[in-house]
Every structure is written in C-alpha cells, then in structure tokens.
Design a protein around this ligand. Structure first.
Ligand code: HEM
Length: 323
C-alpha cells in the first residue's frame, strides 16, 4: 500500500527523532523522505497521513480507536495543510505589505524628540530575541518540513532533498529548546504588563489609530504600557505558544501519551498553533519594523523616544512622568 507524504510525516519525523532513538534497536525506521511503502512504526502517527483505516498496524502498546479516526482523517490532507501554513506566513506577509502600501505607515505626528524613555530592561530585550530568533527559525524549518515535499523535492535530486529535510528536522528539534526558554520567560515575566484595561475596547474601535483614512485618520487612542493589539498578540502567543510547546514535546517524546489518538491530537494542535503563531508573528514583525515609526527602537536599546511613548502609550507615559 502506498503512503502519501507531506506535512504530517515531516512533523512526525521532527518529533520522532528524539522519541524513536530508544526504539531504534527493535523497530523498523520510517523512511519518511522517500517513497517507501507500508512501514509504520511505533511512535508514528499514521491515521492522519491518509493511511486506510484497514491498514494493519504493527504490534505496539498503542491503542487505536478506529471510530474516532474519521474526524482526524479529514485534517490529514498533507498538501492542504502545507498550503495553509504557507499562506499563514507568505500570504499574510503579502496582504500586510499591500495594506502598508495602501494605508501608509503610522508616522510620529511630532517627529522624534531625541529624548529617550526607558521601556524594556536588558533582560527583557535578551529574552525577546532568544525567543524571537528561535521562533523565526522554527517557522522556516517547519515550513520546509511541511511544504518542501511538494515544492522543493521536485526541484532537486532525491538525496539532496533528504539531506535538506533531515537538516531542517535537526534544526527544528534544536531550536525548540531556546524557544521554550525564551517564550516561557516572556510569558511569565510580561503577563502583569499585559492585563486588560478599560481603554482596550476603544483602542480596537479606532483600530489603534493606525488607519490613515476616513474618520480613523489622526486618532491616537489611549493605551497603557501595552496597547490592546499588543495584548492580543501576547495572549495569543501565550495560549498557542504553550500548545506548540506541549504538543511538540509529545511528538519529541511520544511515550508521554498512551494512545495514538492522543498523539494524533497533539499533531493536529501543533499545526493549528503553528498556523496562528506563524501568521501573527508576520503581523508583529511588520508592525515593529515598518508600520510603527520608532517602534523597533524599543527592542533594540530597550528605550523609546518620548514622542513615541506619548503617541502610542499615553497613559503609561503620564504615569511614568508623574513618578
Ligand atoms: C517571531 C517571533 C517573535 C515573538 C514570539 C515575539 C514576541 C513578542 C512579544 C510577546 C512582545 C510583547 C508584546 C508586544 O509588545 O507586542 C514583543 C514585543 C516586541 N517585539 Fe517581538 N516577537 C517576535 C519577533 C519579533 C521581531 C522579528 C521583531 C522585529 C524585527 C520584534 C520586535 C518587537 C518589538 C519592537 C517589541 C516591543 C513593542 C513595544 O515596546 O511596545 N519581534 N515581541
């Protein structure tokens, strides 16, 4: 029987690299990057790879609940998953670039004052970049693992593709650890700064003052240390980042769960987390580098221009200048 290949085996191999080491001696290895047939090993997650339900699974301690396979099966179209993840990064980047071209940047109304205000500590900046660089690496390696089979494999020799994808898997596994450290510290350390405030709803209603047309133009809605958009990113990142970490660990160490259904679920949730964090990261990067004049300085020196603070975080600036 032919097994279809794509994102799922790619992600699987990422998880299996660590988890399968212990099983190498006794179990046949899945040759995920070449068109092999019918080898399915313990720690592998065949159901959402489109393998027919009547496929005989190898003897293992994993229990398969056939009745529940159909739901997960529908999520198993590898090409669809790959395209969705690609759109989440490149599609969103193109859409956002078009938006910036049409709307223009959010300029500082009174320009730069030259006076700097402390905003993030050196530890905050370091932790942000540890998490951010690892996250960007995970997104890129994950995309090659997910979509490379469809878009890169046909362009290169099989051996070269296998070398590339194996390198991506190794990097994906390696980068997971700095990401976990950076993300967890950001989540715990920054949560108190990201709590909801009364002004958040009004911030959303005026789209943060970032739209340069109609009645939105020239608005500077109130915001504390973090504005409502940053809070949305922070809490999305916290929720889906934790899901990515938890499910990623399950795929690295499959013995953490006791049923194949649980492993399947981990994989599906990993894809959902990757899609949302990937797409939101693109928006976050655009906001920091292109959209918000003076915003990038915050995560380079930890300081921001006084006029940037007044325009984008007036309530925080007022509090700071009173203290
Ligand atoms: C893709 C991985 C990244 C993650 C997970 C991440 C995460 C975060 C989080 C949670 C915050 C705090 C909430 C906020 O202020 O928005 C933040 C702030 C910030 N990030 Fe990132 N970030 C990433 C990449 C980047 C990149 C690539 C840049 C710039 C090139 C960047 C620039 C900034 C800046 C300038 C701030 C501070 C904004 C402010 O002071 O209000 N981030 N990041």
């Amino acid at each position: 029987m032919k097994i279809r290949f794509g994102i799922l085996p790619a992600l699987l191999l990422a998880g299996a690299t660590f988890g399968a080491v212990a099983q190498q001696a006794e179990a046949p290895q899945p040759q995920l990057w070449s068109p092999v047939t019918h080898e399915v090993v313990q720690g592998d997650i065949p159901e959402i790879r489109g393998i027919a339900a009547d496929h005989v699974l190898p003897a293992s301690s994993w229990t398969v609940n056939q009745a529940e396979l159909t739901g997960l099966d529908t999520l198993g179209n590898a090409q669809f998953n790959a395209d969705l993840l690609l759109f989440g990064v490149f599609g969103v980047a193109v859409l956002f670039a078009l938006f910036v071209m049409i709307n223009g940047k959010a300029k500082l109304t009174h320009g730069f004052s030259g006076k700097l205000v402390p905003r993030w500590s050196k530890t905050d900046v370091a932790v942000h970049w540890i998490g951010a660089i690892a996250c960007m690496g995970l997104i890129l390696t994950g995309l090659v693992m997910a979509a490379g089979r469809f878009y890169l494999d046909p362009l290169m020799m099989e051996a070269r593709w296998q070398g590339l994808v194996n390198a991506m898997v190794a990097w994906h596994n390696f980068l997971a650890f700095p990401f976990i450290v950076g993300a967890l510290v950001m989540m715990v350390k920054w949560a108190p700064k990201q709590m909801p405030e009364a002004c958040d709803l009004a911030w959303f209603k005026s789209c943060g003052g970032y739209l340069n047309f109609g009645s939105f133009k020239g608005k500077h809605p109130d915001a504390g240390f973090a504005n409502a958009g940053e809070k949305l990113w922070f809490w999305c990142f916290t929720l889906f980042g934790l899901i990515l970490i938890g499910t990623g660990l399950v795929m690295m160490f499959p013995s953490l769960v006791s049923t194949k259904d649980a492993a399947n679920l981990a994989l599906v949730l990993h894809l959902v987390g990757a899609l949302i964090v990937g797409a939101f990261s693109v928006v976050h990067i655009f906001m920091a580098t292109i959209m918000s004049e003076g915003g990038m300085e915050c995560m380079v020196s930890g300081q921001c221009d006084e006029n940037w603070a007044k325009q984008h975080h007036n309530l925080w600036y007022d509090k700071l200048s009173r203290s």
